[in-house]
Design a protein around this ligand. Structure first.
Ligand code: NDP
Length: 333
């Protein structure tokens, strides 16, 4: 069986050379462990931060060691009570075809009929919870709010916009990196307006056209100029959930901050950062509500699927470049 190791730490934009496909030995299980044949693994933006040295909110990957991350697979050998052979589990030993997992770090999952197990890496998993708590708890979304979300065609952003619509937003606006994604947002996900940030038109101008009456809530996946434009367009007492700043993840210099921070004072804005791991207690609420929306077709969730462990690095790099619509997933078996 095979897995992907970190060959070297990237500086700036990573390329295929920082990854190494390795043949892995099959080791015997200890008591309390299961062997899992991974069906799907996740590639996520936060993994870019883990490729750097130094502590962020998750420890860094080690050079020469396997990468890890979210995965769903089938138990093929078990020395753990409660996780028999055949059980589907969600765990954190991705980036490999077969994983030895401590039962305490695995959760049995039973996908609803017609739903792929990969949903636990997206709409019914970490990105789903991020969208749900970021919008509802961190930004304090209220019915009637006008909402702007950046990174709107990605895993988290596509859910933020749809949850806002389903919970009664007065207007839902998104930004994304291509005309095709802009059409996807308005024609398929029910956004009221969307714009392509990769044009020469200033972001504030584009956001003003898309939300002529201003916005109450901003969900920030991108940072930088997007945050500055949102500060320009937020109403007095507006709120922002700061979820990510992907526009800066591959920068080698610290990007300059928005030049309009004083408007936070004059408009009495609230900007709150959050980390989804602190909100695990809301997972059952999210799964209930999102599960209903999925069953009734009220919410739509797309995946961009890349096949094979040998292509996992390309999937990760493609996600950073914006080649995904919805969640980027690697199918392993
Ligand atoms: P996505 O599925 O949204 O994939 C990343 C997307 O980022 C790409 O598709 C691309 O879309 C966009 N992107 C890349 N570079 C830029 C850029 N320079 N400017 C604007 N957009 C860019 O990823 P996720 O949904 O998994 O994550 C979205 C954000 O949420 C990330 O910032 C991530 O770090 C954050 N996050 C934070 C969590 C938390 O606990 N705080 C938990 C999970 C995610 P495009 O074509 O539109 O450019």
């Amino acid at each position: 069986t095979r897995g992907i190791k970190l060959r070297s730490r990237p500086v700036g934009w990573p390329d295929a050379g920082v990854f190494e496909l390795a043949e892995l030995p099959v080791t015997p299980l200890d008591a309390g462990q299961v062997r899992v044949r991974n069906l799907f693994m996740s590639v996520d933006p936060y993994m870019r931060g883990r490729m750097n040295e130094g502590k962020s909110y998750v420890p860094p990957f080690q050079v020469g060691e396997l990468l890890d991350g979210g995965a769903v697979g089938e138990v093929v050998e078990s020395r753990a009570d409660g996780l028999p052979v055949g059980e589907l589990v969600l765990h954190d030993r991705g980036w490999r075809e077969e994983a030895v997992v401590d039962a305490a770090r695995a959760r049995a999952v039973r996908p609803p009929e017609g739903i792929s197990p990969s949903a636990y890496l997206g709409v019914l998993g970490m990105p789903g919870l991020t969208a749900y708590v970021g919008l509802l708890d961190v930004a304090g979304f209220q019915e009637g709010d006008a909402v702007f979300v950046s990174g709107a065609a990605g895993a988290v952003g596509s859910l933020v916009g749809q949850i806002a619509r389903l919970r009664g937003a007065s207007r839902v606006v998104g930004s994304a990196g291509s005309e095709e994604k802009v059409r996807y947002l308005t024609e398929q996900l029910g956004f009221d307006a969307a714009f392509n940030y990769k044009t020469d038109r200033p972001l504030t101008e584009q956001l003003r056209s898309a939300a002529p009456d201003g916005i109450d809530v901003y969900f920030d996946n991108v940072g930088g100029d997007h945050l500055a434009a949102a500060i320009d367009c937020l109403h007095d007492h507006g709120r922002a959930a700061l979820c990510g700043a992907i526009s800066g993840y591959n920068e080698t210099e610290q990007p300059p901050g928005p030049g309009n921070l004083f408007k936070i004072v004059t408009k009495r804005l609230t900007l709150r950062g959050f980390i989804v791991g602190d909100h695990a207690a809301r997972m059952p609420d999210m799964i209930n509500e999102m599960g209903d929306w999925l069953r009734t077709g009220a919410i739509r969730f797309d995946e961009t699927v890349v096949e094979g462990i040998e292509n996992a690095p390309e999937a990760f790099l493609g996600m950073l470049r914006g080649e995904n619509r919805g969640k980027m997933i690697v199918k392993l078996a």
